[in-house]
Every structure is written in C-alpha cells, then in structure tokens.
Design a protein around this ligand. Structure first.
Ligand code: FAD
Length: 431
C-alpha cells in the first residue's frame, strides 16, 4: 500500500492520519509546530483548540451533536478523545484542552503506521496527499495553495476569548447554573443590573482596540465576532447574544438579572474559566480594565488574553469534490477549516472523510461519498454545491439537511426525525 502524506496535525489532520492508519495505510504526518508556530497556537500538541474548549452541543436535537454521533460510529479520534477528557458543560461537550490534545498526540504518535515529521511544508508534495494546514497555514504553503487554486481564496477574521484564573473569581457574586437547568449546573454566571450593564456597555464600545496588522479590511465571521464589534451594533445586541439572561435566574433571589455573563470551565481541574462569547480584539490592558467591571471579576487574573486572527478558506464549490478531492488532481485532498467547514468538530469531520478516501485511493478501492442525509455528508455537499460567488464558511446545522418528506411543525420532533434519518443513512452504508 502506498504511503499517504498528511500536512498539519490539527483537528482535521490528526483525524485524517488516524483514519488512514486505522485502515492499514502508512502515513507521513507533517507538523510545523514547535519548529514554527501560528499566531493562535500555544503548544506543540496535535489538535490544539485555539479558542473555546467547547465542541458545542452533544444532544441529537442539535446538528453538531448528530455530527459527533456519526463520527463516534466512524471511529473518530477527535470525538472519542473529547468524550474521554470532557469537563462539565451542561448540554455541551467541552474538554480539558490540555488533556484532550495530549491524548490525541499520544494516540497518533504511538500508532505503528504513523511517522511524524516535525517540519514546515512549503510545497504541495507529489503522491497521495491530504492538506489540512488550517486557517493559519504558514505563508509559503498558503501562497503555494493560492497559486494552485488560482484566484479562489478568501479570508475573514476570527477572535479568541480570554481565560481567567478560577481562584481569582469572587464566588460571593457569581452563581453556578446551566441555562434552563439543562444538564448539571456547569457555568459560573455573573449577573448584572441595568445600571451595571449600561456602564459596562459604554466602557466596552469606547475601549481601545489593538492595532490592525497588515490586514486590508475587516470581514468577520458572524459566529466568532469580537464582542466589542457586536456591542457597537446597538445597546441591546449583547442582551440577545452572549449576555442573554433567559433561563439564568439567580438562585439567591429567584429573579432573572438584567444581563448575565457566563464563565465556562476550561480544564478538568476547574482552575481556569473562559468568558463565553467574549472573543475580543481589545488591547490587553483594556481587556483587564473593562472585563474587571464584570461582577465577580473585579480582581480577576487573566491567564490568557483574547486575540484576533486572520482565517483563510478556499472557494471549495469551484475547487473540490464531495470526497474532498481537488477537482484538478485526483490524489490531492484538502480538509479542515480551509475548505469552508467552520468549527472544531466540522474540521475534524472533513478530515475524517478526506482520510478515509485517501486511504481507499491508496488501496485501489472506490471512494466514498456520504449521503446528504448524514451530517457529515451535508457538510461535504454544502462546501461543494454552495454558490461560489458568495461562499461563506458554515457550521453544521439542520438547514443543510435535505427537507423531510412530511412537514413536522414541532421543532424538537423535527430535529429528532432528521437525526434518526441521518444515523439510519449512515448505518445503511458499507464502509
Ligand atoms: P488547525 O487545527 O489549525 O490545524 C492546522 C495545523 O497545521 C496546525 O497544527 C499548524 O501548526 C499546521 N501547519 C500550518 N501550516 C503548516 C505547514 N506549512 N507545514 C506543516 N504544518 C503546518 N472553532 C470552534 O469550533 N470554536 C472556536 O472557539 C474557534 N475559535 C477559533 C479562533 C481562531 C483565532 C481561529 C483562527 C479559528 C477558530 N475556530 C474555532 C475555527 C476552527 O475550528 C479552528 O481553526 C480549527 O482548529 C480548524 O481545524 P484545522 O484542522 O482546519 O486547522
């Protein structure tokens, strides 16, 4: 069997390498960290989570929950490692970020069919190759990919939220609760009165933003927009977004606060918390000043400040097949965020499909297209069939699934039916 090259040991690349190796195909996995890092990574571990430690909803009434369940059934290293390193997060699957990445690194490195090569790849290699170098692909390789793809590259901006030392949170002021008491109580909630909110809002919109680097123009992804940009849309916007108080009544008073900021446990030891939805591009000193106005965070120590980065993706509807193969070269696959799937799980999911298919090509087997009824297939369909001109990265969502033959008005029942259909379609496949 031919050896397959995988470039990048991030979410997609680790998954692709694992799928290949588990299928009996030898892999050369190239990763540039720690020799060279990206502006958002902090460690040398594989599958590092660059911002939130949440892999989002875990139930089957949530499209990303269905995607995870499909991936579990397909022997995903990312999802099973997340299950093994989970921390409490209500209805979501959040992980201890260090344990999660360490576990994936160990499993991949110890696999007898994986050879890890720590170097920056600057040219697209010959032979069967999966490129999964991520939204922060190093410059030389990014240029090479742009040349290969012609004029079909785009970019936008993503931001990361700050992380706080848990021992510096004032427990008298915050309370433990998950929204609508879903799952176990997992979030620390910082309640605000209307007056506190108004003061905070003005401080936030007037705070100083870090200078833009070589970026030409601001183009944000809606799902990861800096909080100060969201706030500038209007005084009420945050109250319908990350500061939404519904379902978060304060147990001490039984009343719903005017606004709530949630803190999510970031590691198993619960020594770190991140501010949910507070990805930001404020200057570090400003983050400290403004976020210390949040009740309970007056003396907070910041272990990591929020940052903003350019995030690139390609025009996949013009360039890729649903197998994640390049239309121009049968033995070249792309995977991860750069293909226009958005999010950790989605990136790993595309790596899973690309890895499985690169393995099948190496073994002379027929390639697989996942049915559109599955979450994993709906993503592949979206990135290859969306309108190229306005192509935007997309999270897994039920809107990408084909409609049901009958109309079901009840949302929960509709989602459950879509989930059941997806899992049945997956079981019906011979893989
Ligand atoms: P990555 O996980 O970044 O993996 C790419 C790997 O390739 C890296 O290890 C990198 O070091 C390596 N590499 C790059 N160039 C080379 C080269 N030339 N040679 C060898 N190796 C190379 N998604 C979420 O679901 N939640 C979030 O909170 C979230 N926040 C984000 C915040 C930021 C700042 C960014 C940029 C993205 C965020 N995303 C988030 C989006 C996305 O899910 C992540 O970027 C995810 O890591 C993408 O997975 P990937 O495998 O495509 O890339």
């Amino acid at each position: 069997v031919k050896t397959v090259n995988v470039i990048g040991a991030g979410l997609a690349g680790s998954e692709a390498a694992w799928q290949l190796a588990e299928a009996g195909v030898p892999v050369n996995l190239y990763e540039m960290r720690p020799v060279k890092s990206t502006p958002a990574h902090h460690t040398a571990d594989f599958a590092e989570l660059v911002c939130s430690n949440s892999l989002r909803g875990n139930g089957l009434t949530n499209a990303v929950g269905v995607l995870k369940e499909e991936m579990r059934r397909l022997n995903s290293i990312v999802v099973t490692s997340a299950d093994e390193t989970a921390v409490p997060a209500g209805g979501a699957l959040a992980v201890d970020r260090n344990n999660f990445s360490a576990l994936i690194t160990r499993k991949v490195k110890e696999h007898p069919l994986v050879t890890v090569v720590l170097e920056e790849i600057k040219k697209i290699p010959e032979g069967i190759t999966v490129i999964a170098s991520g939204p922060l692909t190093s410059e030389s390789l990014a240029e090479e990919i742009a040349d290969y793809n012609g004029s079909h590259g785009f970019y936008f901006y993503d931001a990361a939220a700050p992380i706080i030392d848990s021992s510096t949170i004032d427990r008298e002021k915050v309370y433990l609760k998950s929204r609508y008491d879903k799952g176990e109580a997992a979030y620390l909630n910082c309640p605000m009165t209307e007056e506190e909110f108004t003061r905070f809002y003005h401080a936030l919109i007037e705070a100083e933003v870090a200078p833009q680097k070589e970026f030409e123009k601001e183009k944000f992804f809606e799902g990861c927009m800096p909080i100060e940009v969201l706030a500038k849309r209007g005084i009420k916007t945050m109250l319908f977004g990350p500061m939404k108080p519904v379902g978060l009544e304060d147990p001490k008073t039984g009343k719903r606060p005017y606004a709530v900021i949630q803190l999510r446990q970031d590691n198993a030891a619960a020594s770190m918390y991140n501010i949910v939805g507070f990805q930001t591009h404020l200057k570090w000193g400003e983050q400290k000043r403004v976020f210390r106005m949040i009740p309970g965070l007056e003396n907070a120590e910041f272990l990591r400040y929020g940052v903003m980065h350019r995030n690139s993706f390609m025009n996949s509807p013009e360039l890729l097949k649903p197998t994640y193969q390049s239309k121009k070269r049968n033995d070249l696959f792309f995977a991860g965020q750069m293909t226009g799937v958005e999010g950790y799980v989605e990136s790993a999911g595309s790596g899973l499909v690309a890895g499985l298919n690169a393995g099948r090509l190496a073994k002379g087997e027929e390639l697989l297209e996942f049915p559109r009824e599955t979450a994993i297939g709906s993503m592949a369909y979206y990135i290859t069939h969306a309108e190229g001109k306005h192509f935007q990265p997309m999270n897994a969502n039920f809107g990408l699934f084909p409609a049901l033959p009958e109309r079901i008005r009840d949302k929960k029942l509709r989602y459950e039916t879509l989930a059941e259909r997806a899992l049945n379609a997956l079981s019906a496949m011979t893989i």
